[in-house]
Design a protein around this ligand. Structure first.
Ligand SMILES: [Mg+2]
Length: 122
């Protein structure tokens, strides 16, 4: 069975791009959320295998959202995705419990190798 992926990004263009990169792979995009608030609600319903999480979004940002999801679901697999590359941001992401960080822009190979790695960890 395909691994179920939830994409969280306020940019529809990015969500579309990620979905496109996951076409014809073992990954299936089961939800796209454009806000942290939606992501928290959808996570409960969908229980995806992995979440890709943008950081800069209006309202709750991706770090706050990831934190909220991980508090309820410590085993959630969340990959942060951002063009933000400050050391503090990376540190915060890993302290919260995010499994990986992908810098935008990224290519298909990088995305797939990161998802493969995170989903093969336990
Ligand atoms: Mg954004």
């Amino acid at each position: 069975m395909g691994k179920r992926i939830m994409i969280v990004d306020d940019s529809r263009a990015v969500a579309f791009q990620v979905s496109g990169m996951l076409e014809d792979t073992e990954y299936e995009v089961v939800a796209c959320c454009q806000s942290g608030e939606d992501a928290i609600a959808e996570y409960e319903v969908i229980q995806p295998d992995l979440v890709t999480m943008d950081i800069i979004m209006p309202g709750m940002d991706g770090l706050e959202t990831a934190h909220a999801i991980l508090e309820e679901h410590p085993d959630a697999k969340i990959v942060m995705m951002s063009s933000l590359a400050y050391e503090d941001t990376l540190k915060e992401a890993s302290e919260i419990g995010a499994k990986a960080f992908i810098y935008k822009p990224f290519d298909r190979k990088e995305l797939l190798s990161t998802l493969d790695r995170v989903l093969s960890e336990n």
